[in-house]
Design a protein around this ligand. Structure first.
Ligand SMILES: O=C(O)C(=O)C[C@]1(C(=O)O)C=C[C@@H](O)C=C1
Length: 298
């Protein structure tokens, strides 16, 4: 059983279908934290959640829900192109006074709305499909939705391809309770959350641990810890798999700086063939150390 940010017709449902095993049943949840808590409780085996968008950046609800509560780990990712349609009730002829959608979707059509529906009041919803459902219920005049939503809700497309940026993409994670890690593929990503101490150079010391080991950072985002003002967590994505010597060594180093470092998974990258780390020196050095320690070399 696989949870996703629902209801039916969200981008996350499409991502979940791309990541699911053939025999997985899909269950919609109203929010990302609710989907992740269902995994924590064991009600479902996994959840598919949006993590970052090429236009609007990180999805805060996902980041916060992964950084707190019982640990969960990502075991897969998928990147989907995102295009938006404006959906209205069939035959609705009146002007559009209210538009609803997920905040990330609204942010990706901001210019289109300003130009084409400048008078419309914009109201956030919990997902693009929740917005479509609310339009069907008569709560709002229009929803910014995934084009597939018209197959789930009897609505009409007022306009399609309304996204301000062509080729926008969203990355989604498949998240499970900690267990056996996916095997390294040679093209993997590792995600961790660290809290940098409030002192000069703390963040650069963490990043230096990656640079020293020639590990490529693919993303760094900060979110407040929700404790003291000015205290931040850093979400770090890097190339490679924790089973590889360089990445394992770097994560151990991060843990020495920050014992609360939270491992968020090592998983195959959506784009195969990129993100290989160079471990040759690490393996040779480990063999050399073993020889010294066992009295077989110097
Ligand atoms: O509301 C949806 O359809 C979602 O799947 C969420 C979400 C997001 O969180 O960014 C996913 C992709 C799009 O960028 C817009 C919304």
């Amino acid at each position: 059983m696989l949870a996703y940010l629902g209801p039916q017709g969200t981008f996350t449902e499409q991502a979940a279908r791309g990541l699911a095993k053939p025999d997985d049943d899909l269950t919609p949840y109203d929010t990302v934290p609710a989907a992740l808590d269902a995994v924590r409780r064991g009600d479902v085996d996994a959840a598919c959640v949006p993590v970052e968008n090429s236009v609007e950046g990180a999805v805060p609800a996902t980041m916060d829900a992964l950084a707190s509560g019982d640990p969960l780990v990502a075991v897969g990712e998928i990147v989907l192109p995102v295009r938006f349609s404006i959906l209205v009730r069939p035959g609705s002829t009146g002007s559009v006074k209210t538009v609803t959608s997920h905040p990330h979707a609204l942010a990706q059509v901001r210019s289109w709305l300003a130009k084409n529906l400048p008078e419309a009041q914009v109201v956030p919803s919990s997902s693009t499909a929740a917005g479509a459902r609310a339009v069907l219920a008569g709560e709002f005049d229009a929803a910014v939705s995934a084009p597939v939503a018209v197959h789930h809700y009897p609505l009409e497309e007022l306009a399609t391809g309304v996204n301000d940026v062509e080729d926008a993409k969203t990355r989604f994670l498949l998240v499970e309770r900690p267990g056996t890690l996916p095997a390294p593929t040679g093209s993997d990503r590792t995600s961790v959350v660290v809290t940098a101490a409030d002192r000069i150079g703390a963040l650069s010391e963490l990043l230096a641990e990656l640079a020293l080991r020639r590990i490529n950072l693919t993303r760094i985002e900060s979110r407040p810890t929700k404790g003291r003002l000015g205290e931040y967590r850093f979400y770090i994505d890097l190339d490679g798999h924790v089973a590889e010597p360089a990445v394992g060594d770097a994560l151990a180093a991060l843990h020495r700086h920050c014992p609360e470092t939270r491992f968020l998974g090592s998983y195959p990258r959506a784009e195969a063939g990129v993100g290989k780390t160079d471990d040759s020196g690490f393996e040779a050095a480990a063999q050399w150390l073993t020889k010294i320690r066992t009295g077989n070399g110097a």
